[in-house]
Design a protein around this ligand. Sequence first.
Ligand code: HEM
Length: 381
Amino acid sequence: MGRSPGLRYGDTAVFFHWIIAFLIIGLLAVGKFMTQLEENDPLRFELTQWHKSFGISVLVLSVLRIFWRITHKPPPELDTIPAWQQKIANTTHWLLYGLMFALPVSGWIMVSASPLNIDTILFGLVDWPHLPLHGVDDKESLSAAFHEYHEWASTALILLLLAHIGAALKHHFIDKDTVLRRMLPELSSKRFWGKLALLITLVAASSIVLPWVMHDGHKLVAGDSEVSFIADVTGEETLGIFTETSVTAEIEKSNLPGSSIVARVQTASVVSDNDQVAGSLPDADWFDVESYPEAMFQSTAIEFVSDGEVSVTGDLTLKATTQSITFPMTLAEEDEVIVARGEFAVDRREYDIGMQSQDNDDFVGFNVIIKFRFDTKRAAE
Ligand code: HEM
């Protein structure tokens, strides 16, 4: 068994202590903050993904730390401290170790059983598996129970941490002993700075190398697409379809800010079930396919609404006009393909469509519903 050198903790034990301490304090603060936000607030979604990544990092570091603790004896206890205080300190330390595991494990079970079924992709890079939980019938209740447990355990951890920090400060400032100092990094030692530099280099190198080597099977890329519209023509719903469309999309649930959708529609491909209007749709007054052969939508922001639904904002260009629009888009799994669907209304007056021949809505309504769907597949690994 290794032994920490001298009367202080070894550098590795000190690293583990402070890295995990900072991560846990951050997780407690962010955890309490994010759960105060509205359920559908995109910031809550974003913070929860970071929270899961840092939380799992604590779990991995805690496993390594426990292994280190078992194989490396801590420095001997100070004989100036009474036995009863030692006992309380030891109990607190083992309770802290327990919660260091209980919190991330309960979080892991909570998200594994959650009906929202949102993937856990550590820092957007490493696919962290969810627990299988095959035999569990009522996953929703299990998730809710562990949510409560996670909350309860986090409050217990806050109280224990306050006691732990209070005791360390008392030793340092009132008893003036070495209890806190022996766990502080040895800032005057070259060896300490050498190890820290090595650790920072390893973390920086892996953050550069990992994105290159990781396969991302969670990115959805677009396949076949359809764009249609419904307009009110003399009180009847009239359907138009663009038969030539293409969508380029990359949608990643865990990285919605980095996701994007670009849809292109060849305006000359327009057909309609209403023969009366079909012939004039390509004309200059309507889609003006000669001057504007392409209509386009380009997303500027995609935000989480719920599992299976996102809110898309972007620029729609029809003829000479570009306008920002926002609409909900669903993502539903159908026959091994994930189908994206959405619809939004446009006012044809804003895009100068049909304003020469129909500048009122007696014959053709101003509001036109545009509907789209496109298939997505997981990006090839
Ligand atoms: C040491 C590690 C962790 C700490 C200290 C921690 C702490 C917290 C805290 C304080 C909250 C707020 C509880 C409340 O008052 O409602 C919270 C919520 C949450 N935690 Fe953790 N957590 C940790 C690890 C994890 C892990 C590993 C996961 C999942 C992989 C996770 C998933 C969640 C989720 C999903 C919520 C929010 C639930 C909601 O939106 O209502 N946590 N956490």
